[in-house]
Design a binder for this molecule. Structure first.
Ligand code: UFG
Length: 329
């Protein structure tokens, strides 16, 4: 079956994408520098270590595997770090993507699925964000993703590159089989930090701000199960396979959960209290980010069937309990 080049295949979302690609009959070829990824997470196809900025290495890999499409997850993704070290984000994410796109085009691989973010919309409180909402990135991470979206559009016009761009809302959960899961070093995301606090790996979860203009004072986000998210990517590959045009799709559920609601739900799954500290707001956090994802459901045939909070926490908790929620290398 066809090879799909998965950059960042050793990371959280990329590794789950490899699993569903393999199940759908594709061969996922992971290309990852292991700067933030884990070799142990590469279980479903070949692994090629390399940096996006290493054009020669990319050319070798394209020549060796002749992929039908690229799924591009590899990126630095810490909002806070992006504000203190923007150069890292412009170099790795933007220049790295340019190198990848040029290598793909040179190899005649013109189908491209890209991992973007709802953070490109910026702060638009009270608005359900659909794909036509204006993009006003508030940090260098989001700006880098927005720039890559533009790049894909430009290369579409010049070279016939066809892209499916997914703007993710908040991704959570883990492979229900427990083979792979979420492990970032350092960890900044709500669900794994909360579960670390539940099982004593850290003292408490700090809630970042309790004075937001929301019913319970904490931030609202739209959480999507990682398996649903990667299912959409397989549909994206098929969309391009069917010869359709470039498109942008939001991936969220349209339902917002506050931080306190997420914490409360975890109690019903783990039967344990989450130790909490009520802390200050985290700079750069929007009050509420909720997706309008109708386009993915209607046009792509996406079915976010696992994306209820109970499933997401239960699957993340299983990964925590079975493996300690980490990889060793
Ligand atoms: N939160 C806490 N305490 C923590 C961690 C998070 O209260 O220890 C809160 C945050 O303030 C936020 C919510 O939990 O309200 C979710 O925070 P995450 O850090 O899990 O996720 P973000 O919404 O900040 O960011 C995620 C991705 C980004 C992406 C963004 C788009 O990490 O890459 O979604 O909104 F850009």
């Amino acid at each position: 079956m066809a090879n799909i080049l998965v950059t960042g295949g050793a990371g959280y979302i990329g590794s789950h994408a490899c699993k569903v690609l393999a199940a759908a009959g594709y061969t996922p070829v992971t290309y990852d520098s292991l700067e933030t990824g884990w070799k142990d997470a590469v279980k479903f196809g070949p692994f090629e270590q390399g940096d996006l900025l290493d054009r020669e290495r990319l050319d070798q890999v394209f020549a060796a595997y002749r992929p039908q499409a690229v799924m591009h997850f590899a990126a630095l993704s810490q909002v806070g770090e992006s504000m203190t070290q923007p150069g890292k984000y412009w170099r790795n994410n933007v220049s790295g993507s340019l190198s990848l796109i040029e290598a793909a085009i040179a190899a005649g691989c013109l189908d491209f699925v890209f991992s973007s973010t709802c953070a490109t919309y910026g702060e638009q409180d009270g608005v359900v964000l659909d794909e036509d909402s204006s993009q006003q990135p508030l940090n260098a991470y989001a700006a880098s993703k927005r720039a890559i979206e533009d790049m894909l559009d430009n290369f579409g016009k010049s070279d016939g590159l066809r892209s499916v761009i997914f703007r993710y809302f908040n991704v959570a959960g883990a492979d229900p089989d427990g083979e792979i899961g979420e492990f970032h070093q350092p960890e900044t995301h709500l669900v794994p930090l909360m579960l670390d606090a539940v099982d004593g790996k850290r003292d408490a979860l700090t809630i970042f701000g309790t004075d937001y203009d929301t019913p319970d004072g904490t931030c609202i986000r739209d959480y999507v199960h990682v398996m649903d998210l990667v299912d959409a990517h397989v549909l994206g590959v098929k969309w391009l396979e069917d010869g359709r045009d470039s498109r942008v799709f939001n991936l969220g559920t349209g339902t917002g959960f506050s931080v306190r609601e997420v914490v409360k739900q975890s109690g019903t799954i783990t039967n344990r209290e989450v130790p909490i500290i009520e802390g200050e707001r985290r700079p750069g956090d929007a009050t509420a980010l909720v997706s309008g994802s109708q386009r993915a459901i209607t046009d792509l045939g996406w079915d976010p069937k696992r994306s209820n909070m109970e499933n997401m926490i239960a699957d993340a908790w299983r990964w925590h309990q079975n493996t300690g929620a980490h990889y060793s290398e």
